[in-house]
Ligand binder design. Structure first.
Ligand code: FES
Length: 85
């Protein structure tokens, strides 16, 4: 499990082993955009402010992986990430 801080919203959500960053974020921010939920459409791409990402998609380029993630499939490597939400 790890924590996701939504910095602009001033909220922090927990992501357990059986859920996704997208699901946890949507519980706090229901309007968050998404579509495929399988890491191929790019709709849920989100800017990462802090923390290391375990990228599980095949869509993003290495440059995009430097500062963004696909919230439906990718996860934190450590205990905490910070998103620009
Ligand atoms: Fe399509 Fe995440 S919802 S890549």
């Amino acid at each position: 499990a790890f924590e996701v801080e939504l910095r602009r919203s001033g909220r922090t959500v927990a992501v357990g082993p059986d859920t996704t960053v997208l699901a946890a974020v949507r519980a706090a921010l229901p309007g968050t955009a998404y579509s495929c939920e399988q890491g191929f459409c790019g709709t849920c791409q989100q800017r990462v402010l802090e923390g290391e990402i375990e990228h599980r998609d095949d869509l993003l380029t290495d440059a995009e992986r430097g500062g963004t993630m696909l919230m439906c499939v990718s996860r934190a490597r450590g205990e905490r990430i910070v998103l620009d939400l």
